[in-house]
Design a binder for this molecule. Structure first.
Ligand code: SAM
Ligand code: SF4
Length: 387
């Protein structure tokens, strides 16, 4: 991978978008590898450049975009179906489902995952739809666990089937969990998700803490007129439980009737919480983290804010997504997609697939178009993307 990470690093060091202009050469594995152009090679001979090049960790050029972002985190949607009907995620009438024959099989999921992990993906999150309604989910986790180099296998779930499945998922290798819960009031739960199940979700959260998951992340989409009055209740929820309640700004997707007035911004949420808890402590965060985290001193858990709308984190985005029907999406809010399923089914070799993935990553835009533009753009409903 020498040449590929060198060209990436040259881009980072010298600010040129030279990865795009690279020429191909044959690498050790026979895969065409990108080499740095002559200008960059000249620059590499500078003292600081040489030092950094020699000490940098290698990373695939195919998963590095033209802004130097290294994509080591892949989200795979296991299904378009769901046992809930959350108002912010899907239209009441449901969505048009893709025929089963056009969805990725478990074997196809594992083949693609293997390819991404070979290229440098270290974390895979299974999502959907509701990933825990897929009958082979435990088997998929078990197969992912065998992929050398994959450090984290995570799931985002609505929690309905979690308590029942978690012991087997843990045994298979699942090591991180996000559970969605937008209210602590059972009757409101039914209104927001248009189905029953509050107590099952709570049971799932407790089961995850009992089985030692730390932290158990609880995803809470905050919407004005729905649950913005529960912010303090959710902060109290972190007092005796090792959970990280993540307040997510409401995002626009097809069919979810997003409007700016319903969105509660990070700043507004933080102000409300600070009025009650002025001693709230800001916690340090990792470079590629999407969350801004805080803690009330002496509480077991913590809270975080996912500020995709009011303060986007596109600059450090390290995520790619594969939809249940096998399309690679390089940005949650972008509508450009490439069908890996079709290439896989038409017999593309690993090398060809990697090239196709690399080309899509190379086209990734610097940042999303802003919440008002996104709300006007054609995209999929969230349930068909995989959040
Ligand atoms: C699409 S769901 C799929 C996984 C699973 N069914 C669940 O609900 O956790 C993934 C995450 O996206 C979040 N989400 C869905 N629609 C959203 C929206 N419009 N704005 C912000 N977050 C959203 C959900 O709350 C959930 O935490
Ligand atoms: S957010 Fe999750 S649980 Fe709710 S409808 Fe979407 S996929 Fe289903």
């Amino acid at each position: 991978q020498g040449c590929s990470w060198r060209s990436y690093l040259t881009t980072r060091l010298f600010g040129s978008r030279s990865v795009v202009g690279c020429v191909k050469a044959s690498g050790k594995s026979g895969l065409p590898r990108k080499t740095a152009p002559a200008r960059s090679l000249e620059l590499q001979s500078s003292g600081r450049g040489r030092f950094l090049l020699e000490h940098a960790a290698p990373f695939s050029a195919f998963l590095t975009d033209s802004f130097g972002r290294q994509h080591n985190y892949l989200r795979i949607s296991l299904t378009e179906k769901c046992n809930l009907r959350c108002q912010y995620c899907m239209p009441e009438e449901g969505v048009q489902l893709t025929p089963k024959s056009e969805l990725l099989t478990a074997q196809e999921i594992i083949s693609l995952a293997r390819l991404f992990v070979k290229e440098g993906v270290e974390k895979i999150r299974l999502t959907g739809g509701e990933p825990l309604i897929r009958p082979d989910v435990v088997d998929i986790v078990g197969q992912l666990y065998k992929l050398e180099g994959l450090k984290t296998i995570a799931v985002t779930t609505n929690g309905i089937n979690l308590a029942r499945l978690l012991p087997r998922l843990k045994e298979a290798g699942l090591n991180a969990i996000n559970i969605s819960l937008d209210t602590l009031v059972p009757a409101k739960f039914e209104f927001i998700v248009r189905r029953k199940g509050f107590h099952k979700v709570m049971e799932g959260i407790h089961k995850a803490t009992e089985l030692g998951y730390r932290p158990v992340k609880v995803n809470c989409v905050v919407m004005r007129g729905f649950n913005e009055d529960e912010l303090l209740g959710f902060v109290d929820f972190t007092k005796d439980l090792p959970v990280d309640v993540r307040f997510i700004e409401y995002m626009p997707f097809d069919g979810n009737r997003w409007n700016f007035k319903k969105m509660v911004s990070y700043k507004e949420m933080l102000d409300t919480i600070k009025q009650r808890w002025p001693e709230l402590e800001k916690l340090p965060c990792e470079a590629s983290s999407t969350a801004k985290s805080y803690k009330v001193p002496h509480f077991q858990g913590q809270i975080s804010f996912i500020t995709s709308m009011s303060e986007h984190f596109c600059g450090s985005c390290n995520r790619l997504r594969i939809t249940a029907d096998g399309n690679l999406k390089v940005c949650l809010f972008g509508n450009s997609e490439v069908s890996l399923r079709d290439h896989l089914r038409s017999g593309a070799s690993e090398e060809e697939l990697v090239q196709i993935i690399g080309a899509a990553v190379g086209r990734k835009k610097k940042q999303h178009a802003g919440m008002f533009n996104i709300s006007q753009m054609k995209n999929r409903p969230m349930i068909l993307i995989g959040g």
